[in-house]
Design a protein around this ligand. Structure first.
Ligand SMILES: C[S@@+](CC[C@H](N)C(=O)[O-])C[C@H]1O[C@@H](n2cnc3c(N)ncnc32)[C@H](O)[C@@H]1O
Length: 456
């Protein structure tokens, strides 16, 4: 079987990656091509000259146009890092930009480009290192994942420091929190859902995350509210806005506490640990911890906690269970507890790999068991339901977000849309997606809330 001259062969382990330089289409086949592969390769036009003029150029979502340079701003698929793809500029001439503008996923190449100009441009745009364009046999369909995906190595894990793991194999973040620099922390190192939605957003009916949360919890004037792990104080600011509350923040990061002081004057900050709260027994009306549980110890050993364990369960949210015990101690009878985090009702706790510190998803079914066993009345619900997120609302798609973040590395990680995102220059081709799809922050449908009350 003779491959066409435009097909590159890249050995990868036991397989070969075949890449058509003019169509951007690829196939992964075992080494030593067998006749059985012929039909596939013929369908991908890898055995004889492709009918280029009849094929439909489809643009990847992983590149945008910068008409002022003029250039294509595209992901580098082969250089994927833990945080995503780097982007690079590919200088283009105006007619080449116009060609890309004309690619609507339905018009064939012959409609868009003279044949003599086609090959050099396709070589530029369809190569493995750019993947801005792919030539398909027919029009692209809405459900076609092609424009959204790149042929790229698996996203590599971020390195872990040895001090982030204790002697029992448990996650430990004490030193990490000591070393945090507040400036840009939630934009560049770990974006929380609350941070992404800390500006008014249509998904929350034009409110900020903290405003929506305050409306749900509706603390009475003068109530003693304690927020554990307040980040840069965005929730505290929103809680204090409408009226008087005795609002206390407990955090183990001195830098973040200082940022919270600035964001929420009128609240009190205490340096302390969520698992040994510097608070008197029965002194709190409402305790909340938004996106903190994943930071707390997760251990391969369950210890004394009496739980129904999932078959093969390798990690337990032991720190979150201890926080429940602390909450029971500091809440007054009738006091309320609100805990949100990513995880699932019956999903085994799993350590994230792309962050520079270990965070572990929460098994909310087990969290609920512990809360009930301690004596709380408690429920678990999806966060989107609790806060009334409009799941049909939109934000920047992940490819568009990564393109903009690489264009301006100081861009805050907010739930921008193509209309609202600040642009340092003209950018064409940004695309929004539903907030249930990957975007600038974590996806809301991954989050759950445990709401509990200490009986009177
Ligand atoms: C992921 S951030 C969440 C910040 C904020 N609540 C939000 O939703 O954007 C975790 C916060 O909890 C704090 N934190 C983590 N572990 C803690 C612990 N054991 N005791 C007290 N604070 C802790 C961190 O310093 C940080 O402020």
């Amino acid at each position: 079987m003779q491959l066409h001259a435009a097909v590159e062969v890249h050995p990868q382990g036991d397989e070969l990656l075949l890449w058509h330089r003019w169509t951007g289409r690829c196939a992964r086949v075992p080494r030593g091509l067998r006749p059985g592969h012929e039909a596939l390769l013929r369908r991908l036009h890898m055995l004889e000259a492709a009918p280029l003029g009849e094929l439909v150029p489809v643009r990847s979502r992983w590149s945008v146009l910068l008409p002022d340079r003029p250039a294509l701003w595209h992901a580098l698929p082969l250089q994927r890092g833990p945080g995503g793809f780097p982007f690079a500029e590919l200088r283009l001439e105006d007619w080449q930009l116009d060609f890309l503008r004309g690619c609507n996923g339905a018009r064939p190449l012959a409609d868009l480009l003279e044949p003599e100009r086609a090959l050099p441009l396709l070589e530029l745009l369809c190569g493995r290192g750019v993947q801005a364009l792919r030539l398909q046999d027919g029009p692209v369909r809405a459900s076609d994942p092609g424009p959204w995906t790149l042929s790229a190595p698996v996203r590599p894990p971020e390195a872990r420091a040895s001090h982030q793991r204790g002697d029992r194999g448990q996650t430990t973040l004490g030193r990490y929190h000591q070393e945090i620099r507040a400036e840009g922390h939630f934009d560049h190192r770990e974006t929380t859902l609350a941070h992404a939605f800390a500006e008014p957003h249509p998904a929350l009916g034009g409110r900020r995350y903290g405003q929506a949360l305050r409306e749900v919890l509706a603390p009475a004037p003068g109530q003693r509210v304690v927020e554990v792990g307040a980040g840069t104080g965005e929730l505290a600011r929103d809680f204090l806005g409408p009226g008087p509350l005795a609002y206390t923040r407990v955090d183990r990061s001195p830098e973040l506490l200082a940022a919270q002081d600035l964001a929420a004057p009128g609240s009190r900050g205490l340096l302390g640990d969520a698992l040994a709260l510097p608070l008197r027994d029965g002194s709190v009306d409402l305790l909340l911890a938004n996106e903190v549980l994943a930071d707390l110890e997760a251990s391969p050993e369950l210890g004394d906690w009496d739980l129904r364990v999932e078959p093969g369960q390798a990690l337990f949210n032991t720190g979150s269970f201890s926080l429940l015990r602390e909450a029971w101690r500091v809440l007054r009878p009738g006091g309320r507890l609100w805990l949100s985090e990513f995880g699932g009702l019956d999903e085994q706790p799993t350590e994230t790999r792309q962050l520079d510190h270990p965070e572990v998803s929460v098994h909310f079914g087990q969290l609920l068991q512990v809360a009930l066993a301690l004596g709380f009345s408690a429920t678990v619900r999806p966060l989107s339901e609790v806060l009334g997120f409009d799941l049909s609302a939109r934000w920047l798609s992940r490819p568009s977000w990564e393109a903009m973040r690489c264009l301006d590395p100081s861009l805050p990680a907010r739930a921008w849309t193509a209309r609202t995102v600040p642009r340092p220059e003209r950018v064409e081709g940004l695309v929004d997606r539903a907030v249930t799809q990957d975007g600038p922050g974590p996806v809301v449908t991954r989050f759950w809330v445990l709401e509990a009350r200490r009986p009177r």
